[in-house]
Write a protein of this length. Structure first.
Ligand code: ASP
Ligand code: MG
Length: 459
């Protein structure tokens, strides 16, 4: 069996949902289980409805309800016009939007948008999308069965970021989902939402549908978990910077995890973990290019993989250098420094030390003034804003001789600082001025993905 998870953009409009129906039809011989997100930005809108109402802005809140309702009614009309499958969907919508308005009025009255209420409200997005799409799939002749995943995924009580209880969830997967799949049905169910041990609706954190998919895949021993999104998998570089960027065919879990930090938002390491730990491949695919093969993520990068998988970056970095003679031969200096960073709520992404100085890169430090004051107590502080962190990722980096020479070969005219190889064995990172970033990323991409080995790369 296979898990097929479709994200918000994959079910955001009628044409995309028709594509989803084709993909599910094509996968039908592989006994799929379909996991869906809320359509488009419905989850954001639901959160807005709650926030506005709880601030007493009921009128605005209700107008967002109106917009959300008409978007769903339009989708339903476009997809199920003249079909008998439209009737149960419209009936469900009637009920759902009636109670949504009641919730908004309630929030306006109590002015308290607690995490528990937020979970209850946000759950609606996935219930709406699955009700609609299950009927669309049924209308296309597929033997679907709508399943309320809250009967299956059991979590702790941590509202808005609940953690599933693996054993109980696996037990229910075996009881509820497995028999359906084995009898030839195609379960259609919600990502993201769940229920706590005490029976309260919970959610697994924003973007949590991938996590649900991976969890169900692990519990059911699926042959593959497919994450359908709106890009061709994980890319060798950001295509907006590098026109020649392409999708990475196969990569290891750790590589994917490193890249997730650098804004490869396609995959969150936490979401991959349950599947990858069980040795279940996760494939990222593009609903807008259903014939593509996307990116396959495995527990380990394949042995014949290239040393570099991707060139990632992060803008908005600040480089801080602290020079202090007191650091010389003194014990506990770094401990005190890191304690100061912690107090200021700053987590350095990259650190380098010498005998009398330490430099680190911070991403958009929120309380920077507080931090600077703390740091001046230690010694001389230099701050350089407008920096970017460049990160070359690949599991074979560690065993590739001369990798540093290769990376910096084409960057001879670029000022680089805070070079780090070995913090994690699969990434080589350094800091450059933000203005230099496009040139740096393009040159690195050319060297590792476009130019034949050893060839000079200019400008
Ligand atoms: N609909 C939820 C969100 O937008 C979950 C998801 O899409 O994965 O965060
Ligand atoms: Mg979403």
């Amino acid at each position: 069996m296979r898990i097929l998870k479709f994200g918000g953009t994959s079910v955001g409009d009628a044409a995309s949902i028709r594509t989803v129906a084709q993909i599910v039809g094509r996968e039908a011989p592989h006994r799929p289980l379909v996991v869906l997100s809320a359509t488009g930005d419905s989850t954001d809108r639901l959160a807005e409805i709650g926030r506005l109402a709880a601030k007493g802005r009921l009128f605005e809140s209700l107008s967002v309800v109106e917009a959300l309702e008409s978007a769903h009614r339009r989708l339903c009309g476009a997809l199920l016009d003249g079909s008998p499958h439209r009737v149960p969907v419209e009936a469900f919508f009637d009920e759902a939007f009636f109670s949504l308005r009641a919730v908004a009025r309630g929030l306006d009255a109590v002015r308290d948008f607690s995490p528990a209420v937020q979970d209850r409200l946000l759950s609606l997005g996935e219930l709406l999308s699955t009700r609609l799409i299950a009927e669309v799939l049924a209308g296309a002749g597929l033997p679907v069965e709508w399943v309320d995943i809250r009967e299956v995924v059991v979590t702790d009580e941590a509202h808005t970021c609940a953690e599933p209880l693996a054993e109980e969830t696996a037990r229910r997967c075996g009881e509820i989902l497995r028999p359906l799949v084995e009898s030839g049905r195609i379960p259609v169910t919600q990502g993201f939402i769940a229920r706590s041990v005490s029976g309260a609706p919970t959610t697994l954190g924003r973007g949590g549908s991938d996590y649900t998919a991976s969890l169900l895949g692990a519990a059911l021993g699926a042959e593959e978990v497919q994450i359908w999104t709106d890009v061709d998998g994980v890319m060798t570089a950001d295509p907006s910077l590098v026109p020649g960027a392409r999708s990475i065919p196969v990569m290891g879990f750790e590589e994917a995890a490193e890249l997730a930090f650098f804004g490869a938002r396609v995959l969150h390491p936490r979401s991959l973990q349950p599947a990858v730990e069980r040795g279940i491949p996760v494939r990222v695919l593009n609903t807008r290019n259903p014939e593509g093969t996307g990116t396959l993520v495995l527990a380990e990068a394949p042995a014949n993989g290239a040393p570099v998988k991707s060139v990632a970056y992060k803008e908005g970095m600040t480089l801080v250098t602290l020079v202090s003679a007191r650091m010389f031969h003194s014990q506990g200096f770094l401990a005190r420094l890191f304690a100061a960073l912690e107090r200021a709520g700053a987590a350095p992404d990259l650190v380098a030390t010498s005998e009398v100085s330490v430099a680190f890169a911070l991403w958009e430090p929120a309380r920077f003034e507080a931090l600077a004051t703390e740091l001046r107590g230690f010694g001389r502080v230099e701050v350089r804003e407008g920096q970017a962190l460049v990160c070359v990722v690949g599991e074979r980096l560690k065993s590739t001789p001369g990798i540093a020479a290769q990376v910096f070969e084409d960057l001879r005219d670029v000022r680089t600082s805070l070079i780090s190889l070995g913090g994690s064995e699969i990434n080589l990172s350094f800091v450059v001025d933000e203005q230099q970033l496009p040139v740096v990323v393009r040159r690195l991409h050319r060297r590792f993905f476009e130019a034949p080995e050893g060839q000079e790369v200019a400008g």
